[in-house]
Design a protein around this ligand. Structure first.
Ligand SMILES: [Fe+2]
Ligand SMILES: [Fe+2]
Length: 189
């Protein structure tokens, strides 16, 4: 069985898979604690999407005749250690908003690699559709919380997590960018 993936591609796809698994587990656990509400409804769809994405990457790697690498920390874990645990549901959604934006940027960057294998291209485009909706519902949910939490506090939380995002990106995510670079495009942010 000869794999059709080079080392960088296998790392990236495995990294995406690990990150989707962490997302599914995080939101799934959180969902168990929520009272019935619009947020509970949308978050249930959100975690089922992330679980599905983990499967799509697993399947994509198998179709390309490789096996997923076992990677340690996910991006999410590093976020929490950089920004501190979110204190309430508003902060959870704020960190999610920042995180989902980063994910979309990573996937968009990868989808610009020339001569992508069709399996990777299809997986990226299927997932990106869902990821856009994730950003959308979280943004709307945050807006609906303005009365309860205050617009300013929401802005501040977003700023705080944006800073953590920059920190984590600068520290650890260079590897993602360098690997995508290695596939032959000029990586931008
Ligand atoms: Fe996802
Ligand atoms: Fe997502």
């Amino acid at each position: 069985m000869t794999t059709k993936l080079n080392e960088n591609e296998l790392w990236l796809l495995s990294f995406y898979r690990t990150s989707e698994i962490s997302g599914a587990l995080f939101f799934g656990r959180l969902c168990k604690t929520l009272k019935s509400s619009a947020v509970q409804h949308d978050m249930s769809k959100h975690f089922s999407d992330e679980a599905h994405h983990a499967w799509l990457w697993t399947d994509c790697i198998a179709k390309l005749k490789a096996q997923p690498l076992k990677l340690a920390d996910s991006y999410q874990d590093q976020y929490i250690s950089a920004a501190g645990l979110p204190a309430n549901i508003m902060e959870i959604l704020a960190i999610t908003h920042v995180f989902e934006k980063r994910v979309i940027r990573q996937y968009a960057l990868h989808s610009r690699v020339p001569d992508l294998q069709p399996e990777i291209k299809e997986t990226l485009s299927a997932i990106m559709q869902d990821e856009r909706w994730h950003l959308e519902w979280v943004k709307n949910a945050l807006q609906s919380m303005e009365n309860e939490f205050g617009k300013e506090n929401i802005e501040q939380a977003l700023q705080r997590f944006l800073q953590a995002d920059e920190e984590v990106y600068a520290k650890t995510m260079k590897e993602h960018e360098e690997r995508v670079h290695g596939l032959g495009i000029l990586a931008g942010r």
